[in-house]
Design a protein. Structure first.
Length: 237
């Protein structure tokens, strides 16, 4: 809660989101560049593993949100102060755009720069429904492993990373399984096509709100353990 160290948390969110987006979008980019050497399974498991690693190495600093839908859900759940939300959202956006810019500079617009778009035959509204569903599950996993008697500390990274991989394995062909507004917005911005970005902003935010409602049903009031997980519990020296 010490405001003097907020810069550490914002740096952590920027760096962590950069790593997530550079892996999640970069898997598509390198897959296209290499002529398909990276399979769908590899593409969807990579960001799950990246999130798992990030939670382990910096979750205690910022809570490792890496996702505006997660930050908004923690705030709506009253585990995270609304006054810190704008800074987190800005840090995540900067990290995501920096990652997409890096990929653009390195590889051009190969693989649509890793953009998430509705799959063939899916359409915008099926993709939207899928993003709502997937994000509800993701945020439920994050909130559930961070609170109360079932709080499992940094080992929540296994559940969160595993969920991201699992969601992608079955749903990526429908919507891209983004579950993260910044992960989708950043490549769309840098490649100059925002026509479907709304799906990946509205869907995850709505899914996060639904998950907060489910958490109230399942657990009741927010817990101190949930607040520590959301805010980071590292004491800087």
């Amino acid at each position: 809660m010490e405001s003097a160290h907020e810069w550490r948390r914002l740096f952590a969110e920027t760096w962590g989101t950069f790593l997530l987006v550079v892996v999640a979008a970069g898997a598509d980019v390198v897959g296209a560049l290499s002529g398909g050497a990276i399979s769908l399974g590899m593409k969807v498991v990579a960001p799950g593993m990246m999130v798992m690693v990030i939670i382990y190495f910096m979750g205690t600093v910022s809570g490792a949100h890496l996702n505006p839908a997660v930050t908004l859900a923690f705030a709506a759940r009253r585990n995270f102060p609304w006054s810190r939300v704008p800074g987190y959202l800005l840090a995540q956006t900067v990290g995501g755009v920096a990652a997409a810019s890096f990929l653009r500079a390195m590889f051009g617009t190969q693989g649509l720069l890793g953009a998430t778009t509705p799959g063939a035959g899916a359409g915008d509204f099926k993709a939207l429904a899928m993003e709502v569903l997937l994000t509800t599950g993701l945020v439920s996993t994050i909130l559930g492993t961070a609170s109360g008697a079932r709080n499992i500390g940094s080992n929540g990274a296994l559940a969160v990373g595993g969920y991201i991989a699992l969601a992608g394995l079955w749903a990526a062909p429908i919507s891209g399984a983004s579950m993260n507004p910044v992960r989708s917005f950043a490549p769309d911005l840098i490649r100059g096509d925002l026509s479907t970005t709304w799906i990946y902003v509205v869907g995850p935010i709505l899914g996060g709100i639904i998950a907060v409602g489910f958490e109230w049903i399942l657990k009741g009031r927010p817990t101190a353990a949930g607040a520590l997980a959301a805010r980071g519990d590292l004491t800087p020296t």
